[in-house]
Design a protein around this ligand. Structure first.
Ligand SMILES: Nc1ncnc2c1ncn2[C@@H]1O[C@H](COP(=O)(O)OP(=O)(O)OP(=O)(O)O)[C@@H](O)[C@H]1O
Length: 339
């Protein structure tokens, strides 16, 4: 379990104070996967480094499994750190060591005997699907394979928590998917709690239970993944969601269509997916819905139908129709084009 309570981190840069993280609260229960999403400079890396105290917060508390870690003496802090594994965008592998040794060396440094080291290296190489690569060097591996070695290295210390710092950002979409599947597998099968940071909404979509959106050091919106995808409130959250749901619609087209109605993103979840609500809307109100894009968004904990429509009609009828959809459990978000 990870609790960050009112965490702030300031840096002194060229006689200027930079508030990288500002009063952030995060609560990841055991066995959950939480994701922090934000643009470059939002404060994500600084925040995640505060969890294992690689960065000491200027303010606030870090609790790991109920233990307040911020004020612990170094030996006790090391014990806590041993419960926390970390993976990075750049993999951080030793180029001159084999795959086997990349996983074995940290274990040897922690004092495990040869037999235990061998047992763990073999076990975790199998879990990440790289048993046949144990004598290869990192330069002989693809990006995805390198990240698998890094994951095995983190797991071999048998942590309860895994921190992921943009672990898939350097990978192509297919390899990203396979690494996300692996993270889901270790979360499910080994019960490992995961906190990740990313700037990619598809990472959040695929594996997160709960999401925090960060901007200028602050969490500007947080919710369960299902609620965030269906009822986003902050403009930054909406921008991130548009990278998934509205990829093909230009801002100019949206502006043009908004003259004769409202371009609106509808999200259907649970019961609302089974009802012919769009047909009903055109019968009840003087509006005509044209579907512009439609897709299914598969989240870790549910499936969301996502349709962008052009609802043609006068403003009052459009408003009434959208209210009707909302009352029947459909999420509605009017999209704005370039002004
Ligand atoms: N050691 C440091 N000294 C001074 N300023 C820093 C330091 N580390 C981070 N910052 C500043 O803090 C802010 C947040 O940086 P951070 O790297 O945490 O953001 P981020 O969301 O992880 O962005 P990116 O994805 O680009 O790494 C930025 O303005 C950055 O310049």
């Amino acid at each position: 379990m990870i609790i960050l309570e009112n965490i702030s981190k300031e840096f002194n840069s060229k006689n200027r104070i930079v508030k990288a993280v500002n009063k952030v609260n995060i609560h990841v229960k055991k066995g959950e996967i939480h994701g922090v999403i934000g643009y470059s400079g939002a404060g994500k890396s600084t925040l995640i480094r505060c969890v294992n105290l690689l960065e000491k917060p200027s303010e606030g508390k870090v609790l790991i499994n109920g233990i307040e870690a911020t004020s612990l003496p170094l030996p006790k802090l090391r014990e806590i750190r041993n419960k926390i594994g970390m993976i990075f965008q750049g993999f951080n592998l030793l180029k001159t060591a084999t795959v086997y040794d990349n996983i074995a060396i940290p274990l040897k440094l922690l004092g495990y005997n040869k037999a235990e080291v061998k047992k763990r290296v073999e076990k975790y190489l199998e879990i990440v699907g790289l048993t046949d690569k144990h004598q290869n060097y990192p330069t002989q591996l693809s990006g995805g394979q390198k990240q698998r070695v890094a994951i095995a290295r983190a797991l071999a210390q048998e942590p309860e928590i895994l921190l992921s710092d943009e672990a898939t950002s350097a990978l192509d979409p297919e390899t990203t998917d396979s690494i996300l599947d692996l993270l889901l597998k270790i979360n499910k099968e080994l019960g490992i709690t995961i906190l990740l940071i990313t700037h990619e909404m598809n990472v959040i979509q695929k594996i997160c239970d709960h999401v925090y959106v960060m901007e200028n050091g602050e969490v500007v919106e947080q919710n369960t993944a299902v609620n965030l995808f269906t009822k986003p409130t902050h403009p930054t959250t909406k921008k991130f969601l548009n990278t998934i749901s509205q990829r093909n619609l230009s801002s100019t087209l949206i502006s043009q269509l908004n003259v004769t109605g409202a371009v609106t993103r509808l999200t259907f979840v649970g019961e609302s997916t089974g009802k012919p609500l769009l047909a009903e809307v055109s019968q009840r109100f003087n509006v005509q819905p044209n579907i512009l894009t439609a897709n299914i968004i598969e989240l870790k904990n549910g499936i969301i139908g996502n349709i962008v429509i052009h609802l043609i009609g006068d403003k009052i009828q459009v408003k009434n129709a959208l209210n009707f959809l909302e009352e029947h459990g459909v999420g509605t978000e009017e999209l704005e084009g370039q002004s």
